[in-house]
Design a protein around this ligand. Sequence first.
Ligand SMILES: [Zn+2]
Length: 105
Amino acid sequence: MQRANSSRKRSRRSAAESAIFYLKEVFENNLFVDEKLSNSAASQIKAISKRHSIPLDSITNDLICRGCLNILTPGSNSRIRIVNRMLRVTCIKCGKIRRKPLFRT
Ligand SMILES: [Zn+2]
């Protein structure tokens, strides 16, 4: 019983991982082409990674707003400023601010 359960869990996780891989391709290919499609892919990626606790790579993670789950395109719907040696990315749609250290000394 235990074994069947863990193998089911493994296949569920690998299915989720392949779904994320596919959605990432959709997301990256339509980044500057179809905003609606890439926004939809972004929110799906976030939902799947949260549900199955699969960590995202930092590039994909930085491109998705944590507030409204849309893509952050610098110059169109996000503002990037450097304040106190921190990178500050503001989502213009929902106002969510994300800070990231620029230098680690
Ligand atoms: Zn947002």
